[in-house]
Write a protein that binds this ligand. Structure first.
Ligand code: UT7
Length: 319
């Protein structure tokens, strides 16, 4: 499997740290120093599904394929307006594709899991071109009174088209059930048969930031090491470490652990905040469109999030 096209899209409204400091008790200085974030894009007047479809259109255009060439769509999404149908089915209609579609919810680790699944589908030989879209609007999951969570996230979508070819080297995925560290409960319809107490449906996401931070560093470093071991290369042989953009300090800690310079760890969290599973394909698209990726570059992807789910995947850039 190789990546043959990338695309990304963002809402029109940029919300700076200063703007958030007008709403809750925080400051640009605190957010910047603790996270590396300066601003994020937030869904306002537009339809979220149009942003997701826009990223898909751009990835297809970049790949030279059209919607009729796509054999399968995998969409990584944690939450959107619809419980059903799937977001991938909605996007399929907008982009005019007619292939089967599936949504996955692996929180922020979705892109790595989608790459792994796409590689398996291509290997079976039933499909040849797969569109992966990671589209997330975490700002609508937040409790905007909780300053330790709402400052972190931004909305956006990133997409890639993958195809038969040489590129996928290895992956390592893991899930260790830990639901209290990071979760959001949704409001469900009540029935005459439920005895449980009604919970507020708009409580927002709950996160133990320090615990997530610790696990993020530990599991990401472990996943990367496992992939390096499986492929028999060292961290020095990796050209780019394209990591989930959750907190710049997490990325710096992983770089130190791997004894690699920060110049190999591109970041865009300053502009976009944490866009959950969309963060890696958005960053990859920025690298691709800025001409920074050369044929033969080895790219290590690594992501982690609620679950606790994490994974790393090594690919050679062969576009
Ligand atoms: O995609 C995966 C999803 N999540 C993550 O990756 C999150 C991982 N965790 C983190 O990024 C960090 O833990 C945070 C950025 C969430 C928090 O940074 P921290 O350095 O771990 O801060 P802390 O939670 O230890 O809080 C330090 C202080 C506290 O005050 P006291 O108790 O020391 O007086 C907080 O109340 O900072 C306070 N604080 C804030 N102050 C100003 C927490 N949030 C804010 C805020 N503005 N927004």
């Amino acid at each position: 499997m190789k990546i043959i096209g990338t695309g990304s899209s963002h809402p029109s409204l940029a919300v700076t740290n200063d703007k958030i400091a007008q709403i809750i008790d925080t400051s640009d200085e605190w957010i910047w120093r603790r996270t590396g974030i300066k601003q994020r894009y937030v869904v306002s007047d537009e339809r979220f599904e149009d942003i997701a479809a826009d990223a898909a259109f751009k990835a297809m255009e970049n790949s030279g394929l059209s919607s009729s060439d796509i054999d399968f769509i995998i969409c990584s999404n944690t939450l959107n307006e619809y419980t059903t149908p799937s977001l991938s089915a909605i996007i399929q209609g907008i982009i005019g594709a007619s292939c089967p579609c599936v949504d996955i919810n692996v929180a922020c680790a979705g892109f790595v899991y989608a790459l792994d699944a796409a590689n398996a589908y291509l290997q079976i030989g039933k499909m040849h071109n797969i569109l992966i879209i990671c589209a997330e609007e975490p700002t609508r999951m937040m409790n905007w009174k909780d300053r330790s969570t709402c400052i972190l996230f931004g909305d956006g979508a990133g997409a890639v088209v993958v195809s038969d070819g040489e590129g996928f080297e290895a992956s390592d995925l893991s899930t260790s059930s830990c639901t209290e560290m990071l979760y959001q409960k949704r409001g469900l319809c009540s029935t005459p048969f439920l005895k449980q107490k009604e919970e507020s449906p708009d409580a927002g996401a709950v996160m133990d930031g320090r615990e997530v931070y610790k696990r993020a560093v530990k599991y990401s470093a472990r996943d990367i090491k496992n992939v390096l071991m499986e492929t028999g290369i060292t961290a020095d042989d990796v050209t780019w470490f394209v990591l989930h953009q959750a907190n710049k300090r997490i990325i710096e800690t992983i770089a130190r652990y791997l004894k690699q310079p920060m110049s190999k760890f591109p970041t865009d969290i300053e502009r976009y905040g944490n866009t959950s599973s969309a963060s890696i394909p958005i960053l990859l698209d920025d690298l691709n469109r800025n001409g920074l990726l050369k044929r033969g570059d080895r790219i290590m992807f690594s992501a982690f999030g609620a679950g606790f789910c994490s994974g790393a995947c090594l690919m050679v850039w062969n576009k």
